[in-house]
Design a protein around this ligand. Structure first.
Ligand SMILES: *Cc1c(COP(=O)(O)O)cnc(C)c1O
Length: 431
């Protein structure tokens, strides 16, 4: 299989090239040049994530240098559970818990898979690979965890000092070794500007091979499709009906993976995108006018995106607004509604949501009764609530127990370098 730019179908790349480059040379995003067809019958006998992922991804790796390594990549990246837990006291609904990886959020799937791929592609290179990541909180931790201890790769994470939560900062600064955390005197936008400037700097490019691991890399989307395949097959085998998904959404990477799995032919029905107060996509679906804007800060901060980059991939798949508006629906959830939902579902269901997952729970509660009862529904839980104690604990009036993997990271000593928001300072670190 080849991959093409969303902006020019003649700009083709192999999977390995697309993984290395991240962005296509014309600034477009890589998408598969065609989708294989697989309705589910081909997964006979497979129910664990590893077995399902190896089969689902085989056509996407076909003909690439990494093809033979796919089973090993899957084994290495997906070494934690993905439970599909029935929601108590509900019509047919279940929660797909994507937060059992090392940093307790779904970004671990994409980051670990991409790390396993890039590590192999870079095994015999002469210069070490340096992954530069600007993060507003969650992505940096997942990328750092995924690359930590990997030979031939160095990770440099830039985050805005004082603007990430204490637990997020702990997950950015606990690594050491081949992971360097830079606390930048500036905003997230300053961090992103510095990373872009570093990529454009010829002196740096001469010294190091720089790469990014951001969410537009196709190597983060493909692994995310696998848990949708898993959940839809499990639901199909249990009920004989397609699963409907509700996905907390920001940059649209998570939901795009579900759209791809459905396009391939897996039994997936309705797709509801749950947004916080950043309503660029809901407004587009309602009006057909694409109006990206600045993001607004919300309790579900990992979804604070005003100009979602993966929209380009969605619109590539559904160029006509009406088609896209039929393919997915959306809801907008305010901070007040997030708080209320966390309180209510704790009391009524004994369920503790993180602020992001709460948007999906709210979307589920808002479904018309008949549609909810028709089911089966799957609520996608994107992070563990223990990552956001400042928000969640006052609402439920209790402490959220910290999962063991996260507790281990939080107990490690901090290793961090403070820099001003200048390219000279970043250059000195990379010297
Ligand atoms: C990144 C993130 C999201 C949003 O996912 P997208 O792929 O950007 O739509 C939702 N929840 C959590 C916890 C996240 O970290």
């Amino acid at each position: 299989m080849l991959y093409v730019s969303t902006r020019n179908a003649d700009l083709t790349a192999t999977l390995s090239q697309a993984l290395r480059r991240g962005l296509a040379p014309d600034g477009g995003l890589y998408v598969p040049d065609r989708f294989p067809t697989e309705s589910g019958a081909g997964f006979e006998g497979a129910s664990a994530l590893g077995a399902i992922a190896t089969r689902f991804l085989a056509p996407f790796f076909q003909g690439d240098a990494l093809e033979g390594e796919l089973p090993a990549i899957v084994r290495e990246a997906f070494d934690f559970p993905v439970p599909l837990v029935p929601l108590p006291a509900a019509d047919d609904a279940a929660v797909l818990e994507l937060f059992h990886g090392p940093t307790a959020a779904f970004k671990d799937f994409g980051a670990r898979f991409l790390a396993a791929c890039l590590g192999r592609l870079h095994r015999d290179a002469r210069r070490p690979l340096t992954i530069l990541v600007a993060t507003s909180g969650d992505t940096g931790g997942a990328v750092a965890a995924a690359f930590h201890g990997r030979p031939g790769v160095e990770v440099v994470v830039l985050y805005p000092r004082g603007l990430v939560s204490p637990r997020q900062e702990a997950q950015l600064t606990c690594w050491g070794g081949n992971v360097r955390a830079l606390s930048v005197a500036g905003t997230f936008d300053d961090c992103q500007r510095l990373v872009k400037a570093a990529f454009a700097d010829p002196a740096l490019a001469a010294r190091r091979e720089l790469s990014s691991a951001n969410s537009i890399n196709v190597g983060r989307l493909l692994p995310q499709a696998c848990y949708y395949v898993l959940a839809s097959l499990a639901t199909w085998r249990r009920t004989g009906r397609p699963a409907n998904f509700i996905v907390p959404s920001g940059n649209l990477g998570n939901v795009l993976a579900c759209v791809w799995a459905r396009r391939v032919g897996l039994p997936i029905g309705d797709l509801v995108l749950a947004f916080n107060a950043n309503r660029t996509v809901p407004d587009y679906l309602a009006t057909g006018e694409w109006r990206p804007r600045d993001s607004v800060a919300t309790l579900a901060s990992a979804m604070d995106v005003g100009n979602p980059s993966n929209m380009e991939r969605l619109r590539h798949l559904y160029p006509a607004w009406r088609e896209l508006a039929q393919a997915v629906s959306s809801v907008t959830v305010s901070d007040e509604e997030i708080r209320a939902r966390i309180r209510t579902d704790r009391a009524a269901l004994g369920q503790t949501w993180c602020p992001h997952t709460a948007t999906a729970a709210e979307a589920y509660a808002r479904l018309p009764a008949a549609r909810r009862a028709a089911g089966p529904w799957v609520l996608v839980a994107t992070a563990h609530p223990a990552k956001f104690p400042e928000t969640v604990e006052p609402l439920i009036g209790a402490e959220v127990p910290v999962p063991a993997a996260l507790a281990r990271l939080l107990a490690l000593p901090r290793q961090v370098t403070e820099i001003p928001a200048t390219l000279e300072a970043l250059g000195a670190v990379l010297a």
